[in-house]
Design a protein around this ligand. Structure first.
Ligand code: FDA
Length: 401
């Protein structure tokens, strides 16, 4: 089989791999990027509803989930959201802040992909698409990667193959196998930023409200998010649920406030005491939340047709609990099919936080085994943090590979 020699092999032409390849190419390194997809940046293309939420202005370590959230600080502080914005500016790509510091392209995510392709070409990077990665081995000159079109060899190997989320988009989890092959510990990968599902009566209830969205506070332990919540045919979704899903584990409960800012029991109790006893319970609840939800909660409490005056004190407390402190245990999540990210991955303790090199492998300027982007156990919140981690970790490795 033909052997091609390079200075750097990058596995994966996603956000992290392309950023790393561009940086290494700019340093004069001979770089090849291998990817089994037919195009670079497939996840960039579908991200942010086609507009790519490419970073977040509030990028800070507390926006990342990891065994060691401090691990990400070095790369994030050396290649910042402002640095990525400068690249967009250089390519005259317009963008805007949508909400909560989230930056999106005005036009299309394809502009970001085109920018990466242009920068890679200018840096002399060779991108080989439609090239599945087979065996990866350590050889005399560094690393050898076997593919159907031949063997590639280089002293630096960068694994940027992403996580397991959305197999249909090309995710394979091969990066974890490569890490384990070289004796690196992997924090068990699980789906993150994913809708949660119910079974039985809860599922029927959610299905009855499917399509309804509202402002909510969702809590799991000490973690809470106040963002939109959406009822689906199988359970719950919306930004607040996606955010909490990255923290949630099977069998655990979450608490949901369906009427943030309103003490429902107190409001109803006061209304009844203030002479509104003939008001329908549904009407009183409907002033605090969407009508369909108010009807559902009143029905569950056996008060669908009741007036406020009919309610016992215990029922009022029950309505408050059902709305402000709704405790539910999801039966599962929608899984890899729809998860936006993979939580877990190559353990940060295995990697050098400045360069992303595997510490147990020989490494230094111009050689080593590197892991960048989503394959690493660094997972951002919803809102552009995952791309920023891909850019920053790719940039950091790109300075040394
Ligand atoms: P990425 O997954 O992008 O790239 C890995 C590459 O490796 C792929 O091109 C794949 O084909 C290739 N590969 C895998 N296995 C291979 C094999 N065996 N052989 C050869 N090649 C192989 N984040 C964010 O910050 N803002 C957002 O708006 C969104 N939106 C969003 C929407 C959707 C629907 C999803 C699924 C995800 C997001 N994300 C996001 C998350 C974000 O897309 C993700 O974190 C980054 O793309 C990760 O970049 P990487 O380069 O690490 O992996």
């Amino acid at each position: 089989m033909a052997m091609e020699n390079y200075d750097v092999i990058v596995l994966g032409a996603g956000a992290a791999g392309m950023m790393c390849a561009i940086e290494a190419g700019r340093r004069g390194r001979r770089v090849v990027v291998l990817d089994h997809a037919q195009a670079i940046g497939e996840k960039i293309r579908i991200s942010g509803g086609g507009r790519c939420n490419f970073t977040n202005l509030h990028c800070a370590p507390d926006r990342f989930i990891s065994e060691n959230p401090r691990f990400a600080v070095s790369a994030l502080s050396r290649f910042t959201p402002e640095d990525f914005i400068a690249r967009l500016d250089a390519h005259a790509i317009a963008f805007h802040e949508k909400t909560l510091g989230q930056l999106f392209c005005d036009g299309s995510a394809r502009e970001v992909i085109a920018m990466l392709a242009r920068d890679a070409a200018a840096a002399g990077v060779s991108v080989r698409l439609g090239t599945a990665v087979g065996e990866v081995a350590a050889g005399a000159g560094g690393y050898e990667v076997t593919t159907p079109v031949g063997v590639f060899s280089a002293p630096s190997l960068v694994v940027a193959t992403g996580g397991k989320s959305i197999p249909k988009m090309g995710a394979t989890g091969i990066g974890y196998a490569i890490a384990e092959r070289f004796g690196l510990r992997v924090v068990a990968p699980r789906p993150g930023l994913v809708p949660l599902t119910f079974e039985g009566a809860l599922k029927n209830m959610a299905a009855g409200l499917a399509g309804l969205s509202l402002d909510a506070v969702v809590t799991h332990g000490a973690t809470r998010f106040r963002e939109g919540l959406l009822f689906t045919h199988r359970g719950l979704s919306g930004p607040s649920i996606l955010q909490i899903s990255s923290f949630w584990r099977e069998g655990e409960a979450i608490a949901i406030d369906l009427a943030p800012g309103h003490d429902v029991a107190a409001t109803i109790g006061e209304a009844r005491g203030a002479g509104a006893g003939r008001q329908k319970v549904v009407t009183a609840l409907g002033a605090l939340m969407p009508r369909r939800l108010a009807e559902q909660i009143a029905a569950e409490a056996g008060a669908a047709l009741s007036n406020l005056a009919d309610l016992t004190s215990r029922q009022i407390v029950g309505l408050g609990t059902a709305t402000n402190h709704w405790r539910v245990t999801p039966s599962g999540s929608e899984g890899w099919r729809t998860a936006e990210v993979t939580v877990g991955g190559v353990a940060t303790s295995e990697l050098d936080q400045r360069t992303m090199a595997a510490r147990a492998r020989p490494h230094g300027p111009g050689f080593g085994l590197y892991f960048i982007g989503e394959v690493v156990d660094v997972t951002g919140w919803l809102g552009g943090y995952n791309f920023q981690w891909a850019w920053s970790s790719g940039w950091a490795a790109g300075q040394v590979v």
